[in-house]
Design a protein around this ligand. Sequence first.
Ligand code: H79
Length: 587
Amino acid sequence: MSSSWFCRLGRVGVLAGALVAGLCSTAVSQQVVGRPDETPQQRDARMKWWREARFGMFVHWGVYSVPGGIYNGKEIPGIGEWIMNRAKIPVVEYKAYAKQFNPVRYDPDAWVRLAKEAGMKYIVITSKHHDGFALFDSKVTDWDVVDATPYGKDLLKPLAEACAKHGLVLGFYYSQAQDWNHPGGAAAGGHWDKAQDGSMDDYIRNIAAPQVKEILSNYGKLGVLWWDTPVDMTRERADMLLPLLQLQPQIITNDRLGGGYGGDLGTPEQHIPATGTPGRDWETCMTMNDTWGFKSTDHKWKSTQTLIRNLCDIASKGGNYLLNVGPTPLGEIPEPSVERLKEVGKWMKINGDSIYATTASPFSRLPWGRCTKKLTNSGATLYLHVFDWPKDGKLVVPGLRNKVQSARLLATDKKLKAKSGDDGVTIDVPAEPLDPIATVIVLEVKGKLDIEKVLPGQAADGTVTLPADLADIHGQAQVETIDGQSSIGWWTNAGDFVSWSFKVSKPGRFDVMATAATPAPSSKFEIVVGDQKLAAEVASTGGYQTFKTVTLGTLDLKKGSTELSVKPVRDGWQAINLRSIVLTPVK
Ligand code: H79
């Protein structure tokens, strides 16, 4: 499976689905940034502000906020900004919603202050989404806020001014290949109305290209152009848009233009990859509930804890977090979003040093949380984000061999005692965390980072825990993290297997348990340790995200280094998501 935008996008909805795997095989695999004349040093300079920012606000706003998920009295399933497509609303009927788009409570200064209070450094707003409606005054169409709504004023101008005033960077999202209202723009993403007939090439030439020129010309200096989505974007079509970027030479673009252009950023959508991608910048974009565009019936808000831990998780992998709000047709950011952003902001005010301008964790995994780092002249500053506070007052940083210069709590500057030992560095911490969501400890270490990979071992009671993110993957399966929990997914190929190496100090007989999820009626595999093979099976858990822990049988473990593999059985394997294998001593 390639790592194109569509695969990563598709993972959310159809996790481990063969459908998406099929679509991916047609994706362009060879990608170029699209800036042949730029040196790596110039590129680093261009990316600097973005790499230091780490946290931004995504805004999805448009006419779709008027129906807000309801059409003809019925709730339309799925993301709100897709309502026109999902409900196959005729063009004329959809356009009528614009008459009710009158955002008299729009206060761009307040939006920018909120983003700033949350600790966000940039804002990316939908200048035009797939419904083709422009939030700006476009000269090439009447389907924009100035010509089609009672409000009648450009929405992007005052936002650009507010960003400049408060020192935030502004970026524009632009849907270049899906436009359900301009002829030829719905060639790719579905087509249900004669009014959509037309040539996609003409649409790109006469609507998309001139509009991109408008947004790159009329709103001052921009930080980001966020393309979405490259459906049916050939190299020829992309080449009608790419040269326009010269209007904003410093602008950063994502990997969704299409035509084989990878741009500056990877864009995992609605998920956090299991590991970062050294050498390739990336940004996870994510909703706070389950929709991008406002949907009146969506109350599935993520907790502040999830949002803060996601930010730590992403920073620890070297990425940025672009967190979405979906304002109402009156121009208000929904109150649950405001509350959460303010809470995230309180955490960032205290702990921002552990996020901004940091780089990825040097550890492959930490049992209690996450880590970010800054390299210094004498060594490194490690920021330890502790999610699970140690009950015994000792925080072990496994495998860290560097000499510790100092350890302190970031929030209070209180010094902590740290000692190097066989396991790594052990820090004496207070009995209670300062913040149960994530307490940050700052560790200053000397010299080049020296971290030994520590094999999992047995807990005091003899239990061995083998989590997804410590597995060695043999094949195409992939580890991914959802809500801070990692699992091995995309395991559609029965030839793929996974294994773990670990140390056994107290040998004996062990119960083998798996925490797994699958919608299939059953999936068969075997657990292999040396010459022992345990036939195993999990029954449907109801879905790829519904995890259950099942006991599979028993195995004997000998003292010393051990390898355990999970291998699909060709006859009977169905894709599962595997979170962990746990071995507990038989009493
Ligand atoms: O702007 C947000 C989404 O509207 C947009 N990208 C983010 C940032 C996006 N465009 N395309 N996709 C996401 C792919 C999603 C396809 C789906 Fe569907 C839309 C899955 C469910 C609704 C189309 C309709 C495919 C299945 C049903």
